[in-house]
Design a protein around this ligand. Structure first.
Ligand SMILES: Nc1ncnc2c1ncn2[C@@H]1O[C@H](COP(=O)(O)OP(=O)(O)OP(=O)(O)O)[C@@H](O)[C@H]1O
Ligand SMILES: [Mg+2]
Length: 159
């Protein structure tokens, strides 16, 4: 199933992130696509904030991965932009994170090619002028469950 949101500000992003944080299930792989500056890191940071992480979320462009060991589960934030070839994932030792428990947000998943396990939810962000269109599409039963819950929460919020 799919869910689409059109947002005009980081405040609106926080609203979606709050419901997404309530809807998510462990484990979950969320792959984020969209051009440079589309808002992939901002979405991840917003969800981490909603999950109670109090610190600053740094873009893992140069470290490839940042790990957030939250009380209930870990969140792994990966950015594969600088990956030269998919096989490098092995060297980075991130496979256990991608395949185990926890919530993974992966920016530039296309750089990981077939070395990446399939996503539960694919997110595509399109930025145009001052708005962002966020399209979420489930790729597994787990992902579908999360998007259903997200849809219900967003609907309740509007009543
Ligand atoms: N929904 C939004 N509304 C308004 N501003 C946003 C939104 N999402 C992101 N921004 C702003 O756009 C800028 C770039 O966002 P961000 O770093 O999240 O992009 P990115 O997709 O992660 O890019 P990269 O591919 O370089 O990692 C930031 O300054 C951020 O605050
Ligand atoms: Mg980013």
């Amino acid at each position: 199933m799919t869910q689409s949101f059109t947002i005009g500000s980081l405040v609106e992003l926080d609203h979606i992130a709050r419901d997404f944080a309530r809807a998510l299930r462990n484990p979950l792989r969320v792959y984020l696509s969209g051009h440079i500056g589309a808002g992939k890191t901002a979405l991840t940071a917003s969800v981490l904030g909603a999950l109670g992480y109090p610190g600053v979320v740094k873009s893992p462009t140069f470290t490839f991965i940042e790990i957030y060991p939250l009380p209930v589960f870990a969140v792994y934030h990966l950015d594969l932009y600088r990956l030269k070839q998919p096989e490098e994932l092995e060297v980075l030792g991130v496979r256990d994170y991608l395949e185990g428990e926890g919530i993974c947000f992966v920016e530039w998943p296309e750089r990981g090619g077939k070395e990446l396990p399939p996503a539960d939810i694919d997110v595509t962000i399109n930025a145009a002028d001052d708005i962002r269109i966020i399209d979420m599409s489930s790729q597994s039963n787990q992902g579908e469950e999360v998007l259903k819950r997200l849809g219900r929460l967003m609907h309740e919020g509007r009543l």
